[in-house]
Structure formats: C-alpha cells, structure tokens
Write a protein that binds this ligand. Sequence first.
Ligand code: PLP
Length: 403
Amino acid sequence: MFTTDDIRKEFPILAQQVHGKPLVYLDNAATTQKPQCVIDAISEVYTTYNANVHRGVHHLSQVATEAMESARTTVQQFIGAEQRHEIIFTRGTTESINLVASSFGETFLKSGDEVIISALEHHSNIVPWQLLRDRIGIELRIIPLTEECSLDLEAYRRVFNERTKLVSVAHVSNVLGITNPIKEIIDIAHSHDVPVLIDGAQSTPHIKVDVKELDADFFALSGHKVYAPTGIGVLYGKEKWLEAMRPYHGGGEMIKSVRFEKTTYNELPYKFEAGTPDYTGIIALGKALEWVNSIGIEKIAAHEHALTRYAVEQLQRIEKMRIFGNPDGAAVSFLIGDIHPADIGTILDHLGIAVRTGHHCAQPLMDYLGIPGTVRASFAAYNTKEEVDILIKGIQRAVKMFG
Ligand code: PLP
C-alpha cells in the first residue's frame, strides 16, 4: 500500500524550491516527472551494458537487445496488445501519428478520400493529415463539439460516407481533460468498415488502456507523459494494417536485403524501426510502465480524479471563473474574467507553482471556444490535495492583482 508521500519520495525533482517556494508541479499533461528507478535505468545502460542492439554477437549487444525487447513485451502487456510485433517504437505520439498518416495514407488513401478528426485535437493530430491532404488530396472532416464541449456523436454518425477511410481522434483531450467515448467512436467507425487511430497521449498515463478490448486499429502514446524519458513513444497497430502498409522511414534494420535494384523489408516490428533505435529510452520506458504497474493504474486514476474533482469544486468558488468542459480526468482548463492566462501563470510561477497557459497546441479548439488560451492545471500520481489548496490561494492572489 503506497501513500502519496511514499510516491513523492521517488521523484527527486519534486523536493526542490522554485523562487524560494516548494515546487508545486501541475504541468503533467505537458510532461511528467521521472521516478528514481527510471533515472537509474538510463544510468545503468550507460554504466554497464551500452551497445548497439540487434546487430551484435558480443555480450553487451545481446544484453542491450534483450533489455530492449523485454521492454517491448512490457508495453505490449501494458496496453493489452495481442502480439509483440504490433508494438512499434517511435519518438512519441507526434511521430506515431505522422507514421500512420504517411504510411497508411500513402498505402490506402487517394485523392477525394476522407479522414475524420475532431474539433478538440492536438496539432499533432491535425497537421499530419493536412500534410497528407497537400500530398495526395484527401479531405478532412471535423467532428464538432456540443455546447457542453463534448464530441457531438450525432454529427459524427452523419459524417460517414463511402469516401471515409480513417477516423483519428484523441482518447482524452489535453485541453479540456475530458475522456471521449472512445469505444462508441470505434464501434460506429467499424460499422462502416473504417479503421480508427486513437491519440492516447493523454489517456495512457491515467486510464487502463486495452487496445484489444477497444478493438483499436492504431494507438499512439508518448513515454514522457507516463513517467518515462522524452524522445520515446509507441505506435500500436493491428498486424493486418502494419503488414500491408508501406514503410515509413528507410535505413538500417528495417530491411531484409538491399540491392541497388530492389530492397526487401524486414518483418514487423522492425519494418517500421529504421536506424538505431533509442534503446536506452525504450528500456527506461519499460521501467516507467513497471513503476506504474507497481502502484496500479486504477489507483493512480482514482487519486487523480479525486484531485481534479476537488480542484474543480474549489475553482468554481472563484468569481468570474470559467471552466471549459466537464473534466473527468486529470486536467482542468479555466479562465477568470478578462485576466490573461499568461498573467495568472506568471504570478503562479512566482509562488513556485507550475501550470501551463496558452493554446495548448489546440488552436482550432481555442478558435471554436472563442478564446486566446486557458490556464491548465494537470495532475499526476504524486500531486496532493495540499498542492491544489496552494494553487487556489495563488489564483486568488492573481485575481486580487489583476481582477
Ligand atoms: N496528442 C495529445 C492529446 C497531446 O496532449 C500531445 C502532447 O501534449 C500530443 C498529442 C503530442 O505528444 P508528443 O509531443 O509527446 O509527441
């Protein structure tokens, strides 16, 4: 049985002061802090067994390869994938979505075909499709939001037609902190024989993900949002799609044989892992997921939901408070009267409180809401109710100064 105090002790960065105040880190949707075991895993690679993976007959290379491939199994089990080779390592959610846009897009889509995304997507689930639109002439269809800021499923049902070839939506909104009804979204798409890519950047750290149960065709995640280092991420893809898709990047490791006339490609997952992989990051990602497992994702989720609910209750007591959407996860976005979000963020920073302000890489959502940006507080396993109280006091101070 772990307490939040026990958990906090595992994160050395949290013990510091910022501007003379204890750090209150509430920017977890942007990136989480790392437990000592993850930091140690990186150090252990470089101090004991660093060697390039897959190609070596020598001892260190074999140890490194084994550690990397064992991390693949950890990821597979963490997200409930049926097969190890359906786990492709990428640099993060952004690269995973770009991989699908390029590789699935250029294998299966042609001019006039349609991809459905939603009004609340992160730029990384918008721009790759626009680039594909520029390259091959696809159309983008956008699921609008209801007045309560949830996805308008009726409008979603209506948008399908014979040209619809893919749906790509966020599991959890990074701005609103709401969880989309992803199973329903997938089932509706599948009833039209249309595959679905889920942007799991904000769900993986907070929700038990089971890609098999969801029947997801693709699932993208970022390691750094789930206590792992930056620069490592995952694309899950159903074998039948990955087998049929053309490779994304060309280079070493993704080939079986190379001749100037013709190259044949490696089997999955290596077909999509050109070049030396970030094996250190992969090993540390495996360690981070083991760490989450040691606490229990359900327990982490319950703790974060309780913090979010408490934060919402307290925020609602502040005059002229506008909370966007009905957050049910680990993040809450708000504005107060006419006070600019950056002003609130700056005051909070002086009090040692880290929140994110701005458009959160979701400018179309900001336009839709008719606002320039929000203040976002987002929670992780190590945050406490006391930190929410400090946040609220800090906001009250900002309101006094600017309100
Ligand atoms: N999708 C969502 C919903 C996000 O919140 C983020 C990052 O904030 C991304 C995609 C992009 O993730 P990354 O920058 O790790 O690739």
